[in-house]
Design a protein around this ligand. Structure first.
Ligand SMILES: Nc1ncnc2c1ncn2[C@@H]1O[C@H](COP(=O)(O)OP(=O)(O)OP(=O)(O)O)[C@@H](O)[C@H]1O
Ligand SMILES: [Mg+2]
Length: 213
């Protein structure tokens, strides 16, 4: 089996006359943490969405575990993702939101949902609806949601956003332990420390172009 988890081949993405990704190619090895950095608006989120299958590239292809997105499958296989603000049912508790998603995916047990919620530092017995969660709490729940189906690839778009110091530390530890389990992680972050401490490789985007990687 190939040790490449994600292969991006000559992706260009245009919105109308606006070219936001320009001939981006990259190969990301399995079992590593890959950082994506770059200024606001440089194309990180659009690239991640093309890899997940939420957006179709105008030109070029993204392959995940050998499957071409949009051809072999609609969405990246065996992949968990947290991209921008995760959508939750606002009037339900965090635990109920994840239980719903687990039911839809038909995989994670109640016990697993509970342990995931604990793993990201939330209280599974908390009665508060998600609408009353802080940004950091919502982000933690989003990370738990990304892990629901125990995916081999995790695509995390600024997962540390809104987290306090303890939250950042625990999510860093969590990502390193997931890497130890052999998972591949793609992480967009504006925090230099995330990149320095966590990432095995770094891709830098600038105005839609990959300038290092
Ligand atoms: N649905 C869309 N329609 C039109 N333009 C879009 C759309 N989504 C993104 N863009 C544009 O694509 C460019 C790249 O956006 P993207 O969200 O990928 O940036 P980013 O690197 O993730 O920035 P940030 O660090 O702020 O998250 C921006 O110019 C943005 O306005
Ligand atoms: Mg972004």
């Amino acid at each position: 089996m190939s040790d490449i988890a994600v292969s991006v081949q000559h992706i260009t993405k245009r919105f109308g006359s606006d070219t936001v990704l320009k001939d981006v190619s990259m190969e990301l090895e399995q079992g590593k943490i890959h950082g994506i950095i770059g200024r606001n608006g440089s194309g990180k989120t659009v690239l991640m969405k093309c890899i997940c299958g939420f957006l179709r590239p105008t030109e070029g292809t993204a392959q995940v575990f050998g499957k071409t997105i949009g051809k072999d499958c609609d969405f990246a296989p065996n992949t968990g993702m947290l991209i921008e603000t995760p959508g939750f049912l606002p009037h339900e508790t965090g635990m109920n939101n994840l239980l719903w998603l687990a039911k839809l995916g038909n995989r994670a047990s109640k016990e697993r949902v509970k342990s995931l919620i604990e793993m990201v530092g939330l209280d599974p017995t908390l009665r508060k609806p998600v609408s009353q969660y802080s940004l950091g709490m919502r982000q933690r729940l989003g990370i738990a949601q990304a892990l629901l189906d125990d995916p081999a690839l995790l695509i995390l778009d600024e997962p540390m956003n809104g987290l306090d110091k303890n939250g950042v530390r625990s999510i860093r530890e969590l990502l390193l332990s997931l890497k130890k389990q052999g998972k591949t992680i793609i992480l967009a972050s504006h925090f230099a420390q995330d990149i320095d401490e966590l990432c095995d490789s770094v891709c830098e985007m600038d105005q839609g172009c990959l300038i290092t990687g």
